[in-house]
Design a protein around this ligand. Sequence first.
Ligand code: UDP
Ligand code: MG
Length: 333
Amino acid sequence: MEKKKKITAVIPCYNEEAVIELFYKEICRAAGCLAARADFEFMFVNDGSSDRTLEKMRALRKKDKRVCFLSFSRNFGKEAAMYAGLEHATGDYVAVIDADLQHPPALLIPMFDAVTMEGYDSAAAKRITRTGEPKLRSFISKGFYRVFAKLSQIEVVEGEVDYRLMSRTMVNAVLQMSERNRFTKGIFSWVGFQTKWIPYENVERAAGKTKWSFWKLVKYSMEGIIGYSTMPLALVSLIGVLFCICAFIAIIYIVIKTILWGDPIGGWPSLACMILGVSGIQLFSMGILGQYLGKTYLEVKNRPIYVASLVETNEAEEAADGEAEPQRKKQGL
Ligand code: UDP
Ligand code: MG
């Protein structure tokens, strides 16, 4: 018989005290269905929560050693939490999944079938509906992915969410991309590999509320575009060239007009408008340049992606025991 595989589920959590136990129950049910074929490890990542999320994780680990957790020293964001979880995962397959039950744990079963029996490297979920989501958010979100696809030439599937199961090879490839400005959907697509898309109906949060404000989403979108496309830079150069051509034509027109009909004073309002318009475009272009420069600056600093203040995993425990052993021997215990 084939050796049992191990699946690590990485669960980023930020102020999720209201759902974490519910989530644990649900994922245990999915793990139960796969029990004959796979063992589970639940890697919870506490992303600097200010509620009792960490205590709940501790309590879960006390009763179930499959539960491991990391805790950040502050809120570093979901992207950093996913990276940390992937880094500490020890499974042959690793899944990333939200804690709020918007990503049904039962989907892990067809996902596991896809990577073990159908020859895929990863299986990812895509929402086919957006029921329950504010209309404005759906509209902006759809618009962003359309623009992103055009600008970056990286495929992000309509309705893609950060819920997928990956093979160890793919996880290692994702970990190699250690950039600070992380946009995971872009990273998953960039590393390639065969992905099976599994559709599902959107589900509303089981409890608690979304951590994404409008501005957080705008920032996330910018991260995506700037991280995966240099098209805006090319675009502003193109606008610059177009303006030069317009200016050149206008100069020729003015010179000819002056030679033929003299130079009547006037036209300053149009001049003022032109100056305003052109300087606006210049500032806008500089802003785009600044965005790229800013991101480069942050990458060059090479800061860690996250800082963990606490790591309670089975591996860390074994390592600590290993270190304690010689100590005990030395002390004759
Ligand atoms: N999350 C996180 N750090 C953050 C924001 C969110 O770890 O700074 C986690 C959150 O706990 C949840 C997942 O990311 O497990 C998705 O967040 P949320 O449900 O708020 O996003 P939405 O589903 O509304 O897009
Ligand atoms: Mg959610």
